[in-house]
Each structure stands twice: as structure tokens, then as C-alpha cells.
Design a protein around this ligand. Sequence first.
Ligand code: SAJ
Length: 410
Amino acid sequence: MKISVLGLGYIGLPTSLLLAEAGHEVTGVDIDKEKVEQLKNDELPFEEPEMEELFQNAKDNFKAETEVEPSDVFIIAVPTPLDSSLNIPDLKAIKSATEMIGAQLSEGDLVILESTVPPGTSENLILPILKKYNDGLDFNLAHSPERAIPGNTIKEMKNNSRVIGGLNEKSAEMAESIYDSFVDGAIHLTDIKTAELVKLMENTFRDVNIALANEFAQIGEELGINAWEAIDLANEHPRVDILNPGPGVGGHCISIDPWFLSSNSTTSKMISLAREINDSMPNFVVNKAREMVDDITDPTITIFGVAYKGDVDDTREAPALKIIKLAENEGFQVKCFDPHVNDFKYELYSLEKSVENSDCIVIVTDHEYFEDIDPDQLSMRNKNVLDTRNIIDEKQWEKAGFDIGTLGIR
Ligand code: SAJ
């Protein structure tokens, strides 16, 4: 099939390459000229395990362009950010991608939306635009929300089960035959609106459970009980699976998607409360850091990790962003170090420079790198470390002379 994938981000690019590797003729389309140029020069625009190998396998059937051309199948994988001032979805990119496809659509073509959207978007926004360009044309429309987790995207795209919602049965079956070419997991067919809701339920479920874990961490501190130990013991129960507390929920999905559900609902109390709890964790972290340096004049703190989670280079909605802002508002000097991130809103230092004359390290991201770091090598003004992910070897850091604070342990 001749397939065009619009949006060459963390989902669109691996999807394009998997389809190309499966033998389809794939055009990846992105309005970002620099990214398209990079791909034309066989350079990958971001880090993801196994992607280099996949690119080598797929590149004969793949090309990157900035314009949409006629195709049999069009896949929309553009971002749907949140308008954070209003906490409602910003669907601009979906609209413009649909307009670009509308102009190239022909009889029998299939349009698949992969981007995460509020329920009803496919029928109420996308379908009318496509019809506006192609009155009376018989085309197909489906929604297949991606489920792959950054850091393990390619494996999960192949092995995870997949939900496909069709405007009608024919659309769902056509989309199924496309994904069958690289998906080994089960494929479940349903209607298009249900598929839109399923995606939001998945990420909201995770956000609410992380909020519960974060509340347990705060209760643990109030009671003087090690919340991590208590959570591990509770998870021994066959029907209990409490997630990990942390400095907040970042990334382009879990911190955003719940708003897609609550923004046009009158009943989403728990969902909004969970957002509030998770968005308050950076404040909780800065309060703990302040306690650790309260006897130090003009303190400097070092942020270890600005990516939104371990072993990825993605900093979208990263908790570090809010922690840095809050710390600066407290009058702290802030320096950042991250072994995976090259491009960030704030200056990134080398490891040595980041701890030089610092009074407290705040571990914000659970990169494996930080679990293996040798604290004896870290020359600081004052040896304090706040571990918001409970990942360091306490004995090793104590032996190196550090005072240790851990989120969830008072
Ligand atoms: N986090 C915690 N505690 C935990 C787990 C995560 O604080 O126990 C934090 C992480 O540090 C991070 C955020 O939550 O800041 C989200 O990380 P994540 O690993 O939970 O998820 P994402 O955003 O990387 O990927 C999610 C996945 N959704 C689910 O697992 C339900 C993935 O399958 C989706 O495809 C992806 O969102 C998406 O694109 O929607």
C-alpha cells in the first residue's frame, strides 16, 4: 500500500518505519523542515532503543517529505497538546493535518487517526473536514490510539494488543489489515468513539494510581513511616498494585490526557483531583529541599535529571521544569545535569560543573545512570542529596559523607 504518515514524532516515526519494514511504500510527512532534512540525511531526530536498526531495515521503502501526496492510507500522528491556560485540548495540528489530507483524498482511501483526542473528535471534527473537500466521495475513517511507552516503543508497537475503532465495520477492517502487517499482539475492533475513550481511560487510570501513590508518600512522611517499604509490602497482596511515588507526572501523555476526559465532563472529580495531587508534587519536593538547606546562606541546588522519566531524552511537561522555577523563586541558585538530554529550556552542565559549589543534589529523574554514580567523586560545598525516586544506594552515599533525604521517608 502507499501510506502517508503525518507527524514524525515519538509515535509517527516508528510507526512509519514499521510499516515500511513490512513492505509498504511509506512517506513520512512533517512540517518541521529541519527534521525532514535530518531524515533525508539518514539521521534520526530523537533517541529510542532499536530505532537505528529499524531505520536501516526500512529506509528503502521510506522517504520523508513536508508535503502530503496522494496515498491509499493516511495516518495522523500529530501532537495534541493541552492549552494549559484553559486545560483543554489544542486540536490545531489535527485540523491542519486533516485539511492537508482532505485535498489529496480519493475514492476508497482510508484515514487513520493515531493521536489522542477527546471522544467525538473523529466524527465531529475530522469527518466534516474530509467531507468538505470530498462531497459524496466514499472513503474510510478509523481511530487506532497508540499504546507504546517511550523507552520501549518499538517492542510495544509490535507486541501490545491494539484497539481499532472504525467509523463503520469496513473502516475498522481496513485499518486492521494495515496494522496486521507489523502488530503481533491481538487487535480488537470497536466503534470510533469507544476507541477514543479507551485511550483516555488507560492513561487516566495510570495518573490516578500515581496520585494515590504520591498521597501515600505524603501520609507516610506525616506518620514517620517509610512509604516505599509499606508500598512494597502492600503490593504483596494478590489484588494490590500500587505504583511509585515521585516528583510529579510528566511527559506528553499521562499529565495531559486526563484533561481530555475532564475538560468536557461535569462528573470528573477524581480525575481532576488526581491531576491536582500530581501537579503539586514539585512543590512538595522543593519544600523538602528547602528543609535540607535551611541553615545554608544563598544555597545552590543541583537537579539530577530533567527528562520526564528514566532513560529517555524527552523533557515535555517534565516535573523538573516546575521544580526549577519554584526553586529559583525561593532564591536558590539552580544547576542542572542530565546524561540523556542535550536540548533543554535551562542551561545543562557537565556532571562535575553541576555539583561544583552545590549544597544539595535533588534526584528528579530515575535514570539508571544515577543508580551507578559514585558519590565519592562528587565534590560539593555541602553534601546533601534528596532522592525523589528512591533509587540511590543509601549506605554508599552515607559512607561518602552525604545527608540523605528521600521522598516518602521522613
Ligand atoms: N510515574 C510515576 N510513578 C510511576 C510511574 C510513572 O511517578 O509508578 C511518572 C513518570 O516518572 C513520568 C510519568 O509518570 O513522569 C509518565 O510516565 P509513564 O512511564 O507512566 O508513561 P509514559 O507517559 O511514558 O507512557 C504512557 C503509557 N501509558 C500507560 O502506561 C497507561 C504508554 O503506554 C502510552 O502509550 C503513553 O503514555 C502515551 O503515549 O499515551
